[in-house]
Design a protein around this ligand. Structure first.
Ligand SMILES: [Fe+2]
Length: 306
């Protein structure tokens, strides 16, 4: 289990889940797990270690450059529901592995193992979401001090997501975890000007909130915020919808990041669909009538589109 320092001044939004109890669990157990996930908890697996491909992948270091940091590597052996990612594979083989045939084969074989295990694990623990895409994203570079933020992915206005994180490294991955989206957004709604994001892509809401409250990604530690500290050990796996809880990467090297998309109709609780949460936060906080007009026009327009 990871090393955790809980901050008693904020909500404890971390839960341990025993793999043996929840794997292929009853309907009740599965629902309990997805409820935790949908409500923005950080779920950490106990009694499980991710070993597939890790001995080799923990020896691969890619440069900390945009092209090499988040590489989607789909493999034909698995049901990723994704295209072949030829461009990504070509970049890895030609640029990062320098066209070395032995290394290319070894790398691919280990990615096949790791992708297979990640898909198996997610299907076992969260089988009730009907995944429309299963992306296995490799970040085999070294990260330091990425300030507190809420994620704001491009797909957040179309799909819900199950996010799984695997520490593939030989060193702990160190995170800070802070408060839930609703708590932070309601507290700073007016101060950060969130009403200005009404009618925009929901990622603008998250960006505005993140920058207003925590500063940009380089401002790590510059503003006083209560947070829990966590060191995830090698081979540990955790789940979090990173749109829903503020998190900071203090240090980390070599991560496998599963982004598995599914439709909002599969959620246990449809009010936990991210764009819906954003709408509810606006509803609760809007004061000026001009912003109300924008809100209702936006609602009307999104219904027309769907
Ligand atoms: Fe993030």
């Amino acid at each position: 289990v990871p090393k955790i320092v809980l901050n008693p001044r904020i909500k404890n939004n971390i839960r341990f889940v025993d793999y043996d109890q929840y794997r292929n669990g009853s309907g009740e157990k599965r629902q309990e797990l997805s409820d935790l996930y949908e409500n923005g908890y950080l779920i950490i697996l106990k009694n499980y270690r991710f070993d597939a491909g890790r001995a080799f992948l923990s020896s691969v270091t890619f440069p900390n450059e945009k092209r090499a940091k988040k590489i989607i590597l789909s493999t034909s052996e698995h049901d990723h529901k994704d295209h072949a990612r030829e461009k990504e594979w070509r970049m890895v083989n030609e640029e990062l592995l320098a066209k070395d045939p032995d290394r290319i084969e070894l790398f691919r074989n280990n990615v096949v193992l790791a992708n297979g295990e990640l898909i198996r694990l997610v299907d076992e623990l969260f089988p009730d979401y009907d995944y429309t895409k299963r992306m296995c994203i490799y970040n085999l570079s070294e990260m330091l001090c990425h300030n507190l933020h809420f994620d704001s992915p491009q797909h957040s206005d179309r799909s819900s997501q199950l996010r799984a994180f695997v520490n593939l490294d030989t060193m702990p991955r160190i995170w800070h975890l802070s408060e839930p989206l609703e708590d932070v957004a309601n507290r700073y709604y007016h101060e950060t000007g969130l009403e200005k994001t009404i009618g925009l892509h929901p990622r603008e809401f998250t960006r505005t909130l993140t920058h207003g409250v925590y500063g940009d990604r380089y401002a790590s530690g510059s503003r006083i915020q209560d947070k829990h500290s966590i060191a995830f050990y090698p081979g540990e796996v955790w789940f979090l919808n990173p749109n829903m809880a503020a998190h900071e990467i203090v240090y980390g090297r070599r991560l496998l990041d599963g982004v598995f998309l599914f439709d909002k109709k599969d959620l246990n609780d449809s009010t936990r669909y991210y764009p819906e949460m954003v709408q509810q936060i606006h509803l609760k906080n809007i004061r000026k009538s001009s912003y109300w007009a924008r809100y209702w026009i936006r609602r009307w327009a999104t219904r027309l589109i769907r």
